[in-house]
Design a protein around this ligand. Structure first.
Ligand SMILES: [Zn+2]
Length: 120
């Protein structure tokens, strides 16, 4: 579900916001549509503290990417550098997607008002 942006503004304000968004939109080379998930878990050793009231093991970091219904690409990120790279990559994608979504909602509103959607 998309976030809903405030488009109940003057056409001038929408155009200004649109210009700002266009100046911010950048496709970072590491853009990655996925989630970074943190997990704590119990191990397979029955005598381990994690089965006897002690803390669970972790955190473990997984990258999960939904490709289609029931098709999830998921793997463990073992190296700290890998985890940091994933954090940055996921954030870059999220920013890009938010900016594009807001731009799209503004454009729909401009179209409704019979305004020009191109450069002005
Ligand atoms: Zn354990």
């Amino acid at each position: 579900m998309a976030r809903i942006y405030n488009i109940a503004k003057s056409t001038l304000a929408l155009r200004q916001r649109k210009r700002f968004l266009l100046s911010q939109i950048k496709i970072h080379p590491d853009s990655l549509r996925a989630s970074l998930v943190e997990r704590f878990s119990r191990c397979g050793k029955a005598n381990c503290h994690c089965h006897h009231g002690g803390g669970k093991h972790g955190p473990f970091y997984y990258l999960t990417q939904c490709l289609a219904v029931g098709r999830i690409n998921k793997f463990l990120l073992t190296a700290p550098a890998q985890q940091q790279a994933a954090r940055s990559a996921v954030e870059h994608y999220r920013q890009l997607q938010e900016h594009l979504e807001e731009l799209s909602q503004i454009n729909a509103q401009l179209l409704r008002r019979q305004e020009n959607l191109g450069d002005d």
